[in-house]
Design a protein around this ligand. Structure first.
Ligand code: BGC
Length: 812
């Protein structure tokens, strides 16, 4: 069975909805509580656009078409609270609708400048952020009518692919009206609770100047976000989420605040002059106090952590006993940081090495957790010798419950230098950027805590092998003519010529004609990462034609005649049409997932998603997104886990293992690599030195590939040091395949191969197997490249074999 002809929620849908709720409850972070929470009131005054229009996720391909999302208003009501500001919320709704109309009108204007062949450029150009209304002024009358001493303000924002967040009022900064409203509320109600519903941090300074009872980072918490929040506010569950990224007091505190993306007026080249000093690595090393530290989050209770570290070979194990010394049951995240000595190579003050979350601990009880890491994974990259090294010195293991609240528990004494892994020098990543110079905050402290000596033979030296990766060339590919081979290496053209892929609303598919001829099922791909993104509802006409409906394309159709071809799919349905439903779960955003610090929960999301993939016959999920949150303004941060590679790797691995526990399903870890800005994402070059590239931006990919064996990787749109990632033999073959051991399919991001962008033949030569999404230009170009001899037939055979090997076991 695939899609359904009735609307009733299936058992799977209900089960997954419960899981989405649980993840949200564990991922929402309590930032401040001055004794106001848990809520004691029966009536609540609710304000802010996010109260009713709660954002479940950001915009773009990371969105999910789920059945229903519970708003904050609905969540509170479902828990028995009476919302007493309905008039204010209704007025806000009207403004919201007017705003949507204005946005549609703008899109129509923009669309006029494009033609149908620039469809993808157009999609980027119309990626306008949704601007939420601020509502009418809150009056004394509203306060009196609300008949309660407790008010809750939900501040919301939307962002997504194609555009970075703007430093302006109503976006990264608060709108004057938001500030005025919150001030008014805080002066008129005894208790004021501020709920933040953007995908990533915003400038909260002006808000925190007010008398607030509590502040919560809800983030974008999926389809049950509103309910999860209500459960936490009422104390039905305890907060246990921890921030996966540092919140700066001021953007100016961050390096690159004068140059990130559009900030310096140049989106063509992004200089990674921050080097390895990303997120807390920067704040801790440069000794700058953040507003909220990485790993920080309050609870209704308090814990005391006692930990002990052991060393066996090169593996460190920390056992922690966590005692609940407060008044409510709760869970705690034990975080382990490692400070490595700065010798020849200057290190960050500390880095997250491992973490573990306790089960629910009752008041006065103790829980124990164990977490470990391999010392070799924290070796520094020596650019001069092209190898990862552990320098001689004292390595301090710190344990606590946020990056700013730790105690040293052990010192690992390393008596000599260890060369951990020998790599090939990446010529194009040498001295590209002048990096900021860090003060050395940690050289070598006197040993503290237990002293553990690293054994002479504890670390195995790895010499990477850069021989051309071997692929089992399938006999079918030898029978194929050049046209068939190139067709396989480019996405199925149906979607890009206005048709419908194998699953309605999916993002792409492997070539159907060639697959069918040779007895393979052409796997269907759907986005990610916040759930499976396919059409929730479509119509089947009596003649078999499928119509999906939809708002945005209608705007385009009206704007330009050329877009009429889309009308075939999107136009109105007849009365005789039958409706088909495909309900998928909207999970909390990747950031909120990471804030759970629970790989076990994220693995469950993976398993649950594989069931939906199986139900709707999706073979390849275009998730997880695992770019590093390098700077708070990146439009897509909500789709990514964290600023930290270890947390990112743990989450991405858990998700991968969950999804791929069903061998008919594949994940696609994306966007490999350095896609850390959205403005001009298809043409910009991330200029980054080799060490930062390897220690920060490639590390999570490396660990995930080695630990969880994802079946697909999506190369990113951008260039790295002037070369398109999808055309870089160094990145795709030497590093991803030879060093990390990836043996699956690498696909481009959608429409990266285009005029004035990456060149089809060059991507195949780099062993980027598949060019997506698959338009005529891409097909023509690749065929031309093979026929002219620029690309060897054996190269396409190799890529085609990888693609068919992938399809063999996937959902059909
Ligand atoms: C995004 C990818 C996505 C693809 C397919 C692109 O614009 O960057 O993350 O998977 O579209 O929808």
């Amino acid at each position: 069975m695939t899609a359904k002809f009735d609307e009733a929620a299936s058992e799977l849908e209900q089960r997954n909805s419960e899981l989405s709720l649980e993840v949200a409850r564990e991922g929402i972070v309590l930032l401040e509580n001055n004794g106001v929470l848990p809520l004691q009131c029966k009536k609540i005054a609710l304000y802010g656009a996010g109260a009713r229009h709660t954002a479940k996720c950001g915009t773009g391909s990371g969105e999910v078409n789920n059945r229903h999302s519970v708003s904050v208003e609905e969540g509170l009501e479902a828990c028995g609270l009476q919302v007493t500001t309905k008039m204010w919320l209704d007025a806000c709704d009207e403004q919201m609708h007017r705003g949507e109309e204005e946005r549609d009108a703008k899109i129509k204007q923009i669309a006029k400048k494009y033609n149908v062949f620039q469809f993808w450029d157009l999609m980027n150009a119309i990626a306008l952020p949704i601007v939420y209304p601020t509502g009418r002024d809150i009056t004394e009358r509203d306060v009196a009518d609300s008949d309660t001493d407790t008010a809750l303000y939900v501040l919301t924002r939307q962002a997504g692919e194609g555009m970075d967040r703007r430093v302006k009022k109503g976006e990264y900064n608060c709108d004057d009206k938001e500030i005025r409203d919150l001030k008014f509320i805080s002066e008129h109600y005894k208790n004021t609770i501020l709920v933040l519903n953007p995908g990533a941090c915003i400038d909260v300074n002006p808000l925190l100047e007010m008398k607030l009872g509590a502040v919560i980072f809800m983030g974008q918490a999926g389809q049950n976000g509103g309910l999860a929040l209500a459960h936490l506010l009422l104390g039905k569950h305890n907060f246990c989420g921890k921030l996966a990224a540092t919140w700066a007091k001021n953007l100016q505190d961050l390096p690159c605040s004068d140059s990130f993306s559009y900030l310096d007026g140049n989106t063509d080249r992004e200089l990674y002059k921050d080097g390895i000093y990303v997120g807390y690595r920067y704040f801790d090393t440069f000794d700058i106090k953040p507003k909220y530290a990485f790993g920080y989050g309050l609870s209704y209770t308090e814990f005391e952590i006692k930990a002990k570290a052991e060393l066996s070979g090169g593996e460190v194990t920390v056992k922690a006993q966590v005692e609940n010394i407060g008044k409510t049951a709760g869970k705690e995240v034990v975080q382990i940081y490692l400070s490595c000595p700065s010798g020849k190579i200057k290190r960050e003050y500390q880095q997250l090495a491992a973490f573990a979350k306790t089960d629910l601990i009752a008041v006065g009880e103790c829980g124990t957790v164990t977490a470990g890491f391999e010392l070799k994974d924290f070796a520094a990259y020596d650019e001069t010798r092209s190898c990862f090294i552990l320098e001689k010195g004292n390595y301090i293991v710190r344990v606590g419950n946020s990056s700013r609240n730790t105690t040293p528990v052990a010192t690992i004494v390393v008596d000599r230098e260890f060369i951990v892994e020998k790599c090939k020098r990446i010529e194009f990543a040498q001295c590209r950027v002048e990096e900021i110079a860090a003060p050395v905050r940690y050289v070598e402290e006197e040993p503290v805590g237990d002293i553990l000596h690293l054994d002479e033979n504890a670390i195995q030296f790895v010499q990477n092998n850069y021989d051309t990766p071997k692929v089992n060339i399938l006999p079918e590919t030898k029978k194929m003519n050049v046209k068939e081979l190139t067709c396989l290496c480019v996405g199925d053209p149906t979607l890009m010529s206005g048709g419908i892929p194998g699953v309605v609303g999916a993002s792409g598919q492997i070539d159907t004609k060639v697959c069918k001829k040779y007895g393979y099922h052409p796997a269907v791909m759907a986005d990610g990462p916040a759930g499976i993104r396919i059409s929730m509802k479509y119509a089947v006409e009596p003649n078999g034609k499928i119509k999906t409906g939809g708002k945005l394309p209608q705007e385009l159709v009206k704007a330009k005649k050329l877009f009429r071809f889309l009308d075939r799919i999107w136009s109105k349905t007849s009365k005789k049409a039958k409706f088909v439903y495909q309900f998928c779960t909207a999970w909390p955003s990747a950031t909120v997932q990471a804030q759970t610090f629970s790989p076990a929960l994220v693995r469950q999301i993976g398993i649950a998603t594989s069931c939906e993939m199986q139900q709707y016959k999706v073979g390849i999920w275009l998730a997880p997104g695992m770019n590093i949150q390098r700077y708070p303004l990146c439009g897509r941060n909500y789709e990514y886990y964290s600023e930290d590679p270890i947390l990112t790797a743990e989450m991405a691995s858990a998700l991968t293992l969950g999804v791929q526990s069903d061998e008919r399903c594949a994940v696609t870890i994306k966007h490999f690599c350095c896609n850390n800005q959205e403005d001009n994402r298809m043409k910009s070059s991330s200029e980054v030195n080799e060490r930062a590239l390897r220690e920060i931006y490639l590390k999570a990919f490396k660990l995930t590939v080695r630990k969880a064996k994802p079946k697909c990787v999506m190369s990113s749109y951008n260039k790295v040091n002037g070369t398109y990632v999808n055309s870089s033999y160094d990145l795709i073959t030497n590093i991803l395949r030879c060093e990390f051991g990836f043996d699956g399919v690498v696909m481009t991001d959608w429409q990266s191969v285009a005029k004035d962008q990456a060149v089809a033949g060059e991507t195949i030569c780099a062993e980027n197997d598949l060019i997506m999404a698959g338009d005529k230009f891409q097909h023509k170009e690749l065929l031309k490249a093979v026929k002219s001899g620029k690309v060897a037939k054996t190269s396409v055979q190799k890529c085609a074999s990888r693609i068919l090997n992938l399809c063999k076991n996937l959902n059909s």
